[in-house]
Design a binder for this molecule. Structure first.
Ligand code: TXA
Ligand code: MG
Length: 328
């Protein structure tokens, strides 16, 4: 789907940091080392940059991403911290701990990056190169592990290049990732719960807050599986019914449109939002969750959804539409 990109590989340093900030501002993709594994970064506040990131990873569904920031103060602008989260942040940031927290009311991170959830994963990395990029860019950076879907997380620039060359703009080589294991993920939404074991040991966390027993381990065959801890697992689901592959609009329906075509009785729609009038799937992905929310909020019983081509990011959009349309 995406055009082949010329991938530049640069050794870490001032020139690479400046190039990274420039690429991120232009909605591009930059792979960089963190203390855990290499991440593939995009501007967290830009839906199209985030859509490109999903496309580069080649994953047919949208997983929520971790927002990387420089410090706890920046994280508090994105997420609501309870007492346990404050203690964990004070003890372990910067470092290999990711916190899943309720989204802050004015959270500027693109809806697509959190896959429409009301929670957000935030992390303050300690790696010098990651921190320099965050400082130069000046905003939150979403970064999943810099591997293609289904592959293991990369710990060197060569691993990243093997997976993503031609699909990202810039790879920064800062040597092997020191820990070589992804961050530990703890949710502080209700009682603190370990979502993913990782580079920070459970015992260390347990000395600071008491973790609820058990772990929701991701599927062993997929390092990017959505973690499924009870109600955190549930995908974003609209209250309205969804009617997929609509070729006309019925009474009391809103319309989620795609492309330039006008379907029958389109003017009957209570409200119409177009994912991409020019039929661009990257733009459509960037708009997907926020459009769905806005249509749902206007109160009509059903959202009619025009067909979305099942190619590129269309596969991930259709995956989410089918889940949202499933009987509950
Ligand atoms: O060490 C790391 O965490 C690396 C470096 C680059 O920071 N990043 C990383 O990202 O491992 P990723 O996307 O490969 O894994 C993040 C995991 C995914 O399994 C995702 O489903 C989960 O975190 N996650 C993100 N937001 C979530 C949320 N709001 N609720 C539950 N799980 C979430
Ligand atoms: Mg991963």
């Amino acid at each position: 789907m995406s055009a082949e990109r010329a991938t530049q590989i640069m050794p870490a340093g001032d020139a690479a940091t400046a190039a990274a900030a420039r690429v991120l501002r232009q909605r591009g993709l930059v792979a960089f080392p963190t203390e855990t594994v290499y991440g593939l970064g995009a501007d967290a506040e830009n839906g199209e940059a985030v859509a490109r990131l999903y496309e580069a990873k080649g994953r047919p569904s949208f997983n929520p991403l971790i927002a990387h920031v420089l410090d706890a103060a920046a994280a508090r602008r994105l997420a609501r911290f309870d007492a346990a989260a404050e203690r964990l942040a004070a003890q372990f940031w910067p470092g290999p701990l990711t916190l899943v927290l309720p989204k802050a009311p004015n959270c500027a991170v693109a809806e697509l990056a959190t896959a429409g959830l009301d929670t957000i994963a935030v992390r303050v990395p300690s790696h010098g190169v990651a921190r320099e990029i965050l400082a130069a860019f000046g905003g939150p950076i979403v970064a999943p592990s810099a591997n293609r879907s289904g592959h293991v997380s990369p710990t060197t620039a060569a691993h990243v290049s093997g997976d993503l060359k031609g699909r990202v703009d810039l790879i920064i080589d800062g040597g092997p990732a020191p820990m070589g294991l992804e961050s530990t993920i703890v949710a502080c939404v209700d009682d603190p719960v370990l979502l993913r074991p990782g580079a920070l040991a459970r015992e260390a966390i347990d000395r600071v807050v008491s973790l609820k027993a058990g772990t929701a381990a991701p599927a062993a065959d997929d390092d990017d599986a959505v973690i499924a801890p009870g109600r955190l697992a549930s995908h974003y689901a609209p209250r309205a019914q969804l009617r997929l592959d609509a070729s006309s609009v019925h009474p009391d329906e809103t319309l989620l449109a795609f492309g330039a075509e006008r379907i029958a009785d389109a003017d009957r729609a209570v409200l119409t939002l177009n994912l991409s009038a020019r039929g661009d799937l990257i733009e459509a992905a960037a708009n997907f969750f926020s459009h769905l929310r806005r249509l749902d909020a206007c109160g009509a019983a059903t959202i009619a959804v025009m067909p979305i081509p099942h190619v590129g990011l269309g596969e991930a959009i259709n995956d989410r539409l089918r889940r949202a349309a499933a009987p509950r």
